[in-house]
Design a protein around this ligand. Structure first.
Ligand SMILES: [Zn+2]
Length: 299
């Protein structure tokens, strides 16, 4: 265990968002309600228990949490009512990065899937009419490492629902706290990340965003039940969100940080949709709440 971690970053910032939600509705305007980051120092090989970011966020479109969401996240209405809105919390996060001298390119964000950045963050910044931050353009998707390990072990898991539950079972790392509390999720994911690094896994950024994708030129039929079907909703959202997520190999910060994987521009924030899916909107039986609230649907 004397050797250094196989990771090009000084710090991994394990990040998780919780967002407003409604049962069986994937066309819900999901606003971030909890924003958490746990720090893994890869040079000293420690999870910084003393240093984390954890703030609640007051949603604007649906300030009242659904019972489903309150139960899922364990967040109570009072906490949300007394929280700041997203732009202020994001500014607090940037100030926190600065205060602790976390410099872009020297850290990487780690998430348990593509959902936090590609869908939740992209939507939140569209909602706030702010450009998508370059620090969120690329991340480590931990589930890709897990899937690879699962394949190598020739196992399958049909028992557990979430990636977190599956990873907990597979790596035999217990989950402490409340599932779907962003801070508790981050603490768990930090342990998984450390476990992988301790076992000499090489960890690097493996997903990024781009503004144009070949597969978006292939028309598809929208499942009429897309709003209540996760897989069908992902297809619709991949078409209507300006930036799409992509697997990335051989990431290096000097060439790739903050840049679009398609046009290589750092200021490609996807505000203008370059593959506007008019045919998708035409197929929707009722308008997409997600698209309209984000200002994506053209009149
Ligand atoms: Zn681009």
């Amino acid at each position: 265990m004397g050797s250094e971690y196989r990771c090009p970053f000084d710090h991994l910032l394990i990040l998780d968002f919780e967002a407003t939600c409604e049962k069986d509705n994937y066309d819900y305007p999901q606003e971030i309600v909890q924003f958490s980051v746990v720090v893994l120092n890869t040079r000293e090989k420690i999870i910084r228990e003393d240093l984390f970011f954890n703030q609640y966020v007051r949603p604007v479109i649906n300030p009242q949490l659904t019972d489903f969401c309150a139960e899922l996240t364990g967040i109570d209405q009072d906490t949300i009512d007394n929280a700041k809105t997203f732009p202020e919390v994001y500014n607090n996060f940037c100030a926190w990065l600065k205060e602790h001298n976390f410099q872009e390119k020297r850290f990487a964000i780690v998430c348990d899937s593509r959902q936090d950045m590609w869908r939740l963050a992209q939507y939140q910044f569209l909602l706030n009419k702010q450009p998508f931050p370059t620090i969120f353009r690329q991340w480590v998707n931990l589930s890709l490492y897990y899937r690879q390990d699962l394949r190598m072990a020739q196992q399958q898991d049909f028992v557990h629902q979430s990636f977190i539950e599956r990873m907990s079972a597979f790596y035999n790392i217990p989950f402490d706290g409340h599932a779907h509390n962003a801070k508790d999720d981050c603490s768990f994911l930090a342990k998984v990340t450390k476990h992988l690094l301790d076992n000499e896994k090489s960890i690097n950024i493996n997903e990024s965003l781009k503004c144009i994708s070949g597969y978006r030129n292939v028309p598809f039929n929208v499942d009429p039940e897309w709003k209540s079907n996760f897989a069908a909703s992902a297809k619709v959202l991949e078409a209507i969100l300006p930036l799409v997520s992509f697997r990335m190999r051989d990431y290096n910060s000097e060439d790739n940080f903050g840049k679009c994987l398609y046009c290589f521009n750092a200021d490609c924030t996807g505000k203008e949709h370059k593959q506007y899916p008019a045919y998708v909107y035409e197929q929707l039986k009722e308008p997409s709440v997600f698209a309209i609230t984000a200002g994506l649907k053209r009149e």
